[in-house]
Design a protein around this ligand. Structure first.
Ligand code: TYM
Length: 345
């Protein structure tokens, strides 16, 4: 059990895990280490785990409809290939459970414009062109709060970049509870743990590894073959110095830190344990070690994803059954929310 899960924030709420990923492009190593691998770890802790493909979030920026369908199935294949088991976790796509959009609307009326304007992801994504961004992109964190609170989830495994959104979810839950004088929604905890909570671009250690980076060399895609993985790691930006023997020697060396973090996360060791082993080595020696490790860990996942993608009907059946299970939890919470707000039922 992770530390966060041992101490539920509100004792009256049964611990429950919820998280989601946007099917807005291919899966990256950042998604895998920051999210999916952690989802799998949490699956076996005796807590209910619910993992979503958040397709309603994806359309806050333009998505080609055929590509969105393929990407949603590919994300489902990635979840399953990485070890999520539909018999042990609820796996579904968001748009099949209409209460997400319904609760999202209620939270649009709870959240304040100023809260949304402070979101760093909004500022990054909308940039100078905010007037042309979709209204959905602005309201997106209220929908994310709905995703989580619709299941009374208490723990949300995410990468570091989503921490602010989970904190906003707590603010929305607290304001709802306060405004309606209820103790209805839990204040969920972000669970951000492990060596790779922020995997950086292979080309620029100051930028997050992202599916939307125009340079394919900046990221490892979960669908990359062994040659592509090895080549991207060989070409990854580094500095000329040897690796240090302790973590503090990585200060001011973002590219070196990133590669060591990736190694630690893939090998399930701490950064200190890795450096105790590889301290003093040059990158010319360390990079092939990292490439071998990455290929060994990732290629079984990518080949299983490719196999699953041959059977889209099976994937669709898993998602439909997951949506049925999700709806069964969500509907009573949605009904009660509308009653609390004052809708005639
Ligand atoms: P998204 O789709 O951008 O990313 C999915 C998950 O992957 C993590 N992640 C990373 N972790 C480490 N290093 C990286 N370079 C990296 N890139 C991505 C993200 O932190 C995230 O955990 N708003 C969310 C999706 C969402 C959601 C939710 C998450 C919608 N509703 C409810 C949790 C609960 C997003 O855009 O993630």
């Amino acid at each position: 059990m992770t530390e966060g899960v041992q101490t539920p924030p509100a004792t009256q709420f049964t611990p429950r895990v919820f998280s989601g990923i946007q099917p807005s492009g291919g899966l990256t190593l950042g998604n895998y280490l920051g999210a999916i691998k952690r989802f799998v770890d949490m699956q076996d802790q005796g807590i209910q785990t619910i993992y979503c493909m958040v397709d309603l979030h994806a359309i806050t920026v333009w998505q080609d409809p055929a590509a969105l369908k393929r990407q949603t199935r590919e994300l489902a294949a990635g979840y399953i290939a990485a070890g999520l088991d539909p018999a042990r976790s609820i796996l579904f796509n968001q748009s099949q459970v209409s209460a997400h959009a319904e609760l999202g609307w209620v939270f649009n009326c709870v959240a304040r414009m100023g809260w949304m304007q402070r979101m760093t992801q909004w500022k990054d994504k909308a940039g100078k062109n905010a007037q042309n961004a979709s209204l959905g992109l602005f309201a997106y964190p209220a929908l994310m709060a709905a995703d989580i609170l619709l299941y009374h989830a208490t723990h949300v495994p995410v990468g570091e970049d989503q921490k602010q959104h989970v904190e906003l979810t707590r603010d929305i839950a607290a304001k709802f509870n306060h405004d309606f004088k209820v103790d209805f929604f839990p204040l969920p905890e972000p669970v951000i743990e492990g060596a790779a909570t922020r995997v950086m671009s292979l080309r620029d250690g100051s930028k997050k590894m992202s599916k939307s980076d125009p340079s394919d060399a900046s990221r490892i895609n979960m669908t990359d073959d062994a040659d592509a993985i090895a080549q991207k790691i060989r070409k990854a930006k580094t500095d000329p110095d040897a690796l240090p023997s302790e973590a503090k020697g990585l200060d001011e060396r973002p590219e070196a830190r990133n590669l060591v973090n990736i190694y630690a996360a893939l090998s399930e060791q701490t950064v200190d344990a890795v450096l105790a082993d590889v301290g003093g080595k040059q990158f010319s020696e360390f990079k092939p070690m990292l490439a071998d490790l990455a290929v060994a860990k990732l290629s079984p996942i990518s080949s299983e994803m490719a196999r699953l993608m041959q059977a889209p009907d099976e994937i669709d059946a898993i998602l439909r059954s997951g949506a049925d299970q999700a709806r069964a939890i969500a509907q009573p919470i949605m009904d009660r929310t509308l009653d609390i707000v004052g809708m005639v039922r």
